[in-house]
Design a protein around this ligand. Structure first.
Ligand code: ADE
Length: 465
């Protein structure tokens, strides 16, 4: 990820990022931070970049010309037609939160524009800015500290930046909960012992204690977050009444990868924070229509399970192309037996084999899945016999068995391995199988997955039209 910071104080950014984890990430080329001095682009002969505001008022404003030209110097380097997302850090922006950091972490490049004095001429902002972001309801002297806050929060989500991938996952805000308290040696300090349960070695008890502590802390310190958490838990319980039909939304809500947009009892709408897919679970089309009003604009993919809503979605909301799938769900808690011993993370150097057999157009996607640790391979006597993975949206799939190993148990070993991986993540394992794929459906039923009574529909909207 390459950050470009447009600023009048480049040394602040350079010095601020040249420490600790960010410094190490830069050395490993996982991130790059370049500070571009807006003053270098002014056409004013004394190097001036600011002037008085029209209409009067205290303070000076950064003029449009140097900001625009500095920004152009970066865009020119980008691919033809592809604009680099440009964030203006300003107290008048949308509040920066963890889910936003996650979204920005998907970009390959990001421009952060820092204001100073009274801000920047609106006309330049109109032409270049894609997002306006504030780091909180207070006013700072300039955008450099907010830019560094964003760089830090985004960088730590990039695979490899933190020592252990684990630490970027099970923590504060993942589930609308603050993180539980942590303790290290010595066992007793200032007369205070470490909570006994943490020394017990009983992982179930430790998990339960941590969950309860997270809930208690959130209730006490952030009642606003706790309310959101409680609402989500209530919705999960309601959706679980029909878990085979609602699995996709339940899984996302349980794992904190889906944001709940609105719920009416056991019918709800959410959005997957990783893919932007809107997920609707409903029985009654009238409720479905009301829930669809909560779908964020600009999200083209909808996943739903309400056949009676299809005409409305097509005629009124412009959804077109549709893929109908069975939904299979693993409803038990225990792990499935895996007959093949050698199933492991997919070796990145064999990406071409996967793309050749799954679809060349999916190569980049498969590469991303490998990087995210969500793609696996089975080996027979050291030879690759098949692969499988967890989709970005959470469903199990990406299954392929080499023709040489068909009619052996490689396929079911891979599928069972996937179910176990999904169980480890703490969600509800589910898969979507196209209605014509009877063979896959049979295999899943044989393994103990249940198929929902209702099918699900993946549908798309063309945003250009
Ligand atoms: N610039 C000044 N104050 C700011 C804030 N709170 N967030 C982002 N940018 C700012």
């Amino acid at each position: 990820m390459q950050f470009h910071v447009l600023t009048l104080f480049p040394e602040m950014i350079e010095n601020g990022c040249d420490n600790s984890i960010l410094k190490r990430a830069m050395a490993k080329k996982l991130i790059g931070v370049s500070a571009v001095n807006v003053r270098d682009f002014t056409l004013e002969k004394h190097g001036k970049v600011d002037d008085y505001t029209y209409g009067g008022g205290a303070g000076m404003l950064i003029q449009a010309q140097p900001v625009y030209d500095a920004w152009r110097s970066l865009q020119k380097r980008g691919e033809e037609g592809k604009r680099i997302r440009t964030v203006y850090v300003t107290p008048k922006g949308k509040t920066f939160i963890q889910s936003m950091a996650k979204e920005f972490a998907k970009e390959e490049e990001l421009i952060i524009l820092c204001g100073h004095y009274e801000g920047i001429d609106e006309r330049a902002l109109e032409e270049i800015v894609t997002d306006r972001v504030s780091i909180g309801d207070f006013v700072l002297t300039g955008g450099e500290l907010p830019a560094m806050v964003m760089i830090d929060a985004i960088s730590r989500l990039i695979p490899g930046v933190l020592g252990s991938e684990e630490s970027a996952q099970t923590e504060t805000f993942e589930n609308d909960l603050l993180e539980y308290p942590q303790y290290s040696r010595p066992e007793v300090w200032h007369g205070k012992p470490v909570p006994q349960v943490l020394l017990s070695g009983d992982h179930k008890k430790i998990f339960k204690w941590r969950q309860e502590e997270s809930e208690r802390l959130t209730r006490e310190l952030r009642p606003d977050l706790y309310e959101k958490y409680e609402q989500r838990q209530k919705t999960i319980q309601s959706l679980l009444k029909h878990k085979k039909e609602n699995a996709y939304l339940i899984d996302g809500l349980m794992r904190g990868t889906a944001k709940l947009l609105y719920a009416e009892g056991d019918q709800a709408i959410g959005v997957d924070v990783n893919t932007g897919t809107v997920m609707l679970c409903c029985d009654d089309p009238e409720t479905g229509k009301r829930l669809m009003k909560w779908a964020p604009a600009g999200h083209p993919v909808l996943l739903h399970n309400c056949a009676a809503l299809i005409d409305y979605l097509q005629d009124e909301l412009g959804y077109g192309e549709m893929d109908e799938c069975y939904q299979s769900v693993y409803t038990q808690k225990n792990a499935l037996p895996v007959a093949h011993k050698d199933v492991r993370p997919f070796p990145p150097e064999m990406l071409d084999y996967a793309a050749e057999n799954y679809g060349r157009e999916a190569k980049e996607y498969l590469q991303e899945r490998i990087r995210s640790g969500a793609f696996f391979a089975a080996f027979e006597d050291g030879e690759l016999a098949g692969f499988c993975g967890i989709h970005m949206g959470g469903s199990l799939g990406l299954l392929f068995v080499d023709p040489k190993y068909r009619r052996t148990s490689v396929g079911s070993s891979l599928a069972s391995y996937l179910v176990n991986k999904a169980l480890e993540r703490g969600g509800l394992p589910y898969a979507h199988i196209r209605v014509k794929n009877e063979a896959s459906l049979k295999m899943q039923q044989k393994m103990g997955l249940y198929v929902g009574k209702k099918t699900v529909f993946w549908t798309k909207k063309d945003l250009q039209s």
